[in-house]
Design a binder for this molecule. Sequence first.
Ligand code: COA
Length: 175
Amino acid sequence: MATEILWRPPGKMTQSEQRSLESLVEEVSDEFVPPLTTRSSTTQAVLASASGSTSSSYFHELLTQHCLLLIECDQLQGFLSFRTFHRDTRLPQIGICIYVSIISVRPAARGRGLARLLYQKLLRLPETLPAWILLRTRSTNTHHLHLLDTLGFKRLLTVPNDRDRVDGIYLGCKR
Ligand SMILES: CC(C)(COP(=O)(O)OP(=O)(O)OC[C@H]1O[C@@H](n2cnc3c(N)ncnc32)[C@H](O)[C@@H]1OP(=O)(O)O)[C@@H](O)C(=O)NCCC(=O)NCCS
């Protein structure tokens, strides 16, 4: 099957790619806490009170980030959004880094190594971008944690009861 991963810097996604991405975000929204379509931003540190926000405000903020689009046979099957030149004051040791705000693969396409391909592409981005990659995931997301472990990510920080009484785990990897 023909698979390609397109890197779209902010503002560079075509209208058709934007429509496919919005449709995929809506499809997977409820798997996140809180659901993506109720978030007002990709950077909410405290996500408990997102009432009043709309899916479009979250989606428009997503478009201000870099995005890797995984396409199989002309169909968007997964994406990974990231910010460049991010800094987390709780993790001064890693300095400026790439921050992965979200990764998701279409439910029907999971378990075939597509998320691994997205991370591998991220790890091979040009050296002009920061060397460190940082992300946060829930302690209950065992598939994601297993994948990150095999890719060489290390656990850097655990935030107890981060969201919905589930611990948040920050992991990092130096490219
Ligand atoms: C987490 C997610 C991105 C993984 O996508 P994926 O394309 O299915 O992942 P991969 O196929 O690359 O698999 C990665 C590893 O997890 C394992 N895995 C994935 N799905 C699995 C499942 N349902 N059962 C058991 N293991 C599974 C795979 O075996 C693989 O490990 P291996 O290579 O050692 O065999 C996907 O499940 C998803 O979109 N989940 C919802 C969103 C989410 O949780 N995102 C992360 C937080 S931002």
